[in-house]
Design a protein around this ligand. Structure first.
Ligand code: ZN
Length: 172
């Protein structure tokens, strides 16, 4: 069957296995663990748009340095996404120190990621911006494997059958 052929290059609906290292301001922010490339379906917005766009046409074994400006990555810093919360609203087991990341449930019951940015005697400042908001990113990527996505994977919007991912795992 034609769609079972191994793709030669990254194109839409191809499952890409890829090692990456993300560098921000000259420092390594994160990288895929040794032997555990990330897997995603190309062309479905599973990774940030500025990275996905620059992967088309790469083959297995290819490496590339990809620069992504902040507006093509996690967006600009939203000054409105910062709020003061009374210290008394925090459970006692959370260390209230600048840089600590935590999840806060909003009135709609959604869990939002926040970072403590300031601490004072009676209030805590929380920043709900993504830690990479406003940052220009540099990815060093290496393509490890390519295969066609199955119809089921495309309809679910994620890769099946990998040995480390959960359904709906959040990628980059
Ligand atoms: Zn599924």
């Amino acid at each position: 069957m034609e769609n079972q052929q191994k793709p030669n290059v990254i194109a839409d609906d191809v499952v890409v296995s890829m090692n990456y290292t993300l560098t921000v301001n000259g420092e390594v922010f994160e990288s895929s663990p040794e032997g555990e490339p990330i897997e995603f379906i190309q062309g479905h917005g599973h990774i940030i748009p500025g990275l996905e766009r620059q992967l088309y046409g790469m083959s297995i074994g290819d490496s590339k340095e990809v620069s992504v400006a902040s507006d093509d990555a996690y967006g600009e810093v939203d000054p409105e996404a910062v709020m003061e919360v009374p210290r008394s609203e925090f459970p006692e087991d959370i260390p209230l120190l600048p840089g600590v990341q935590l999840q806060v449930r909003n009135e709609e019951g959604e869990d939002l990621d926040a970072t403590i940015t300031k601490v004072s005697a009676d209030s805590i400042e929380l920043d709900f911006n993504h830690p990479l908001a406003g940052k220009d990113l540099t990815f060093d990527v290496t393509v490890v494997d390519l295969r066609p996505a199955t119809d089921e994977e495309i309809s679910h919007g994620h890769v099946h059958g990998n040995n480390h991912g959960e359904h709906g795992e959040e990628l980059l």
